[in-house]
Design a protein around this ligand. Structure first.
Ligand code: 13P
Ligand code: SF4
Length: 334
């Protein structure tokens, strides 16, 4: 049978260079989604209009589970590249598309596979029994070199599953690593990576915001620096922050994570006041993830129309990267 991507008519391709309005794009995306039997998975940091047409929105763990379970032929991953790669690793028979293939992640970039391999080899000399727990924000190659993957929502549980006398290498987020050390009392060998977005929040300006809104609670993602986390009333993954806002009796929240999530918070708790935490520099948009924001409605439409960019991974790499991901899913069963 002819692939549905091969039969895209020339007129339709020509349409790629014309400008459709948002409403037409949304209608076309819905049509193409049905035609290709595609599912759209989106992270909370995507533009609101993308979140609004997604079949599922979630944090990294929930999105991984959805990708693994889907029966659709095509997964369109509106998120960053490591998330789309994870979808491919967990469900390799599906075609996985990402609207912009350049949607990277500063944490994933901080751990190049060759450097990670070298560090692990050196550590094996010193601590032959060490375990490498790696945050999901890393490349498929680094996943394949790790023992267990974790996300911000299951990292504590996964660390506690490792016997006390076994040394742990935790990569690549040093802020999340430090937070987990404080939480579990477990010393770990930490990689020195950071998220450029969460690193940008300024405790000085957050203190000003809290002074201006004395009833507000500060809620933060664990990728933030420890000065912000130490001041926070609640720390959690994006989904945990969303649940907290929806269920807390408080009315006002200073939100120290990427502001894309405020869209779902407003939907879940329309009467509550949600204030984006500020970065140091006035007027700077550095708390917006420049990678997540590469995906646009138009690029989403184009990728559904053409079947590109597609995430392609070597079958051997898929096999090796799947084991530490499956260990994570096994260890984080409800
Ligand atoms: P979550 O898994 O909490 O959604 O975090 C993903 C991420 O990239 C945060 O910067
Ligand atoms: Fe990576 Fe930070 Fe963007 Fe999350 S917010 S995808 S950790 S750069």
């Amino acid at each position: 049978m002819c692939s549905p991507w091969a039969v895209v008519a020339m007129e339709e391709r020509a349409e790629l260079v014309t400008t459709l309005g948002d409403e037409e794009l949304i209608a076309e995306i819905a049509r193409l989604k049905r035609e290709k039997n595609a599912v759209i998975l989106a992270h909370y940091y995507q533009y609101s209009e993308i979140q609004d047409l997604a079949d599922f929105i979630g944090d990294s763990l929930e999105l991984s589970r959805r990708a693994q379970e889907t029966t659709a032929d095509v997964i369109v991953f509106c998120g960053v590249h490591f998330m789309a790669e994870t979808a491919k690793i967990l469900n390799p028979s599906k075609r996985v598309l990402i609207p912009d293939v350049n949607a990277g992640c500063s944490l994933a970039e901080s751990a190049p596979a060759e450097e990670y391999r070298r560090v692990r080899e050196e550590l094996r000399q010193q601590y032959p029994n060490h375990v490498a727990i790696t945050y999901i924000n890393c490349s498929a190659e680094v996943k394949a070199l790790s023992d267990i993957i974790c996300t911000s929502s299951n990292a504590e549980r996964i660390i506690r599953s490792v016997p006390d006398d076994v040394p742990i290498l935790f990569a690549p987020d040093r802020n999340l690593g430090k937070y987990l050390q404080r939480k579990t009392g477990r010393p770990m060998i930490l990689w020195n990576g950071t998220c450029i977005v969460h690193q940008s929040f300024s405790i000085r300006r957050i203190e000003e915001q809290l002074a201006e809104h004395p009833d507000a609670e500060l809620i933060a993602h664990p990728e933030c620096e420890d000065v912000v986390l130490e001041r926070a009333d609640f720390i959690g993954s994006t989904s945990a922050l969303l649940r907290y806002v929806a269920t807390s009796p408080r009315q006002t929240f200073i939100v120290a994570t990427e502001p894309g999530i405020i869209h779902q918070m407003e939907k879940a708790a329309p009467s509550k006041r949600l204030i984006a935490a500020l970065p140091e520099q006035e007027g700077c948009r550095c708390s917006e993830c420049p990678y997540m924001k590469l995906n646009t409605l138009e690029k989403l439409y184009r990728c559904l129309l053409t079947g590109e960019p597609e995430v392609r991974l070597d079958p051997d790499l898929i096999e090796r990267a799947r084991r530490p991901l499956e260990r994570m899913l096994e260890l984080s069963k409800p």
